[in-house]
Design a protein. Structure first.
Length: 127
């Protein structure tokens, strides 16, 4: 069984392996998400940093050439609040953050909080 300390070490190592231009963006996204939702669990899945709420995948930080994407697993459920988000899947949406550009901290925080609220509502109703 993996201990919490080992998980934190694995997450820290994940950042170390990012391309230097993508690393600051990923670190800023991570800082903002942890500040907004400190209770999120973390794991590395398919090369991305997965953040979950009560075991339910909620968000992921996904490095892509020249940018970092914030994957919002229940993004379709929060679009009414934010307007159309990128993505065409049934539920998942994303926010693209270009390398070398400032991250919109207010938007990322609002998305994280809205996503968590939608997840909690879903869990409360047994969905």
């Amino acid at each position: 069984m993996r201990k919490a300390q080992q998980t934190r070490s694995l997450v820290a190592a994940w950042f170390d392996f990012l391309v230097p231009t993508e690393q600051p963006v990923a670190l800023e996204l991570h800082r903002l998400l942890r500040a907004a939702l400190p209770e999120l669990g973390e794991a590395i899945r398919q090369g991305n940093l997965l953040l979950s709420l009560n075991g339910e995948p909620l968000l992921a930080i996904a490095p892509v050439t020249g940018q970092v994407e914030l994957l919002i697993f229940n993004g379709a459920e929060i679009e009414a609040e934010f307007g159309p988000l990128e993505g065409v899947g049934r539920r998942q949406r994303l926010l693209r953050c270009a390398s070398g550009e400032p991250v919109d901290a207010a938007l990322v925080t609002r998305i994280a909080l809205a996503s968590a609220a939608a997840c909690r509502r879903q869990q409360a109703f047994g969905g």
